[in-house]
Write a protein that binds this ligand. Sequence first.
Ligand SMILES: Cc1cc2nc3c(=O)[nH]c(=O)nc-3n(C[C@H](O)[C@H](O)[C@H](O)COP(=O)(O)OP(=O)(O)OC[C@H]3O[C@@H](n4cnc5c(N)ncnc54)[C@H](O)[C@@H]3O)c2cc1C
Length: 330
Amino acid sequence: MFSPSSRHLLFSTQLRRLQSTLVVAEHNNEVLSPATQNTLSAAKKIGGDVAVLVAGTKCGPAAQAVAKANGISKVLVAESDAFKGLTPETLTPLILASQKQFNFTHILAPATAFGKALLPRVAAKLDVSPITDIIGVKDANTFIRTIYAGNAILTLEAKDAIKVITVRSTAFPPEPLEGGSAAVDKAPEGDYKTDLVQFVSQELAKSDRPELTSAKNIVAGGRGLKSGDNFKLLYDLADKLNAAVGASRAAVDAGFVANDLQIGQTGKIVAPDLYIAVGISGAIQHLAGMKDSKTIVAINKDPEAPIFQVSDYGLVADLFKAVPELTGKL
Ligand SMILES: Cc1cc2nc3c(=O)[nH]c(=O)nc-3n(C[C@H](O)[C@H](O)[C@H](O)COP(=O)(O)OP(=O)(O)OC[C@H]3O[C@@H](n4cnc5c(N)ncnc54)[C@H](O)[C@@H]3O)c2cc1C
């Protein structure tokens, strides 16, 4: 006979053993996205076994890279032309087949455009609530996320048997891709082709600068820049700081720069060591994307601009004078 406390112990160790997480890797057929490494650390925080699914038309490099992460139980690989463009319509049945075979308790992906498109579809098919953009893990059932454009923090206890979760990469450290040697296996076979969608083409912005969401330094410009040509001032400053360049939605909407540079509630969420906001007023929807940056510097000619309420260092000045001067001094 077990005493009540040892029975409890046995029950909870059984639960822990049964717990297992599937991380859906994001990659571009060449390299694993850095956001996948942040998602791996969230998965490890949940506890239990961690498996990784790598699907695509060419999975080798990403599968090899992720197999080197410490503490991964296995890497499942699904390589097929069906996964061209990594559309949610083809990946969802693959994830459901993997789920059926391995009975994961948690399914995670980065809260990038890839993960945000994919996981709610998976959750709907599993008839569970998706949990989006988590910034913390309290325990295997309890997660932290922001609401109201980052102005309130919500702690959520999930009752669903399978938790389907996207992970905010800036909230978790990147899991190093070293020290491990997970087995690489084939994911469940199936006919994953679909008539629902077809990947036609993509246009990628070319840049030699660091990628926005993983950059240590960011220089961002707003409507105050007045034109796309004037962004050259920011590129010159960014070159000195080895920084990525971002923008407010007003700057994107005015056509100064491309959409993928937008930072904020409807753009990218960043949290670099240094964020320099130039000619940006600091609207709540912009702050939602950058206010967790370690040091925020604002350059704005309006002393009442809300950006000064979140900045560590503020300069009330005309950006067309202040930015070249700053660049010259670095
Ligand atoms: C649903 C929704 C979602 C949104 N999502 C986003 C989002 O993801 N990201 C985002 O950024 N916005 C978003 N917005 C828009 C947001 O509300 C603001 O309109 C936007 O952030 C303003 O951009 P801005 O600061 O560049 O422009 P403005 O608010 O026009 O500010 C320009 C600033 O430049 C300063 N300035 C002008 N000239 C100079 C000069 N010569 N020198 C120095 N300073 C100068 C001005 O003083 C001013 O403070 C969203 C809005 C909605 C409704």
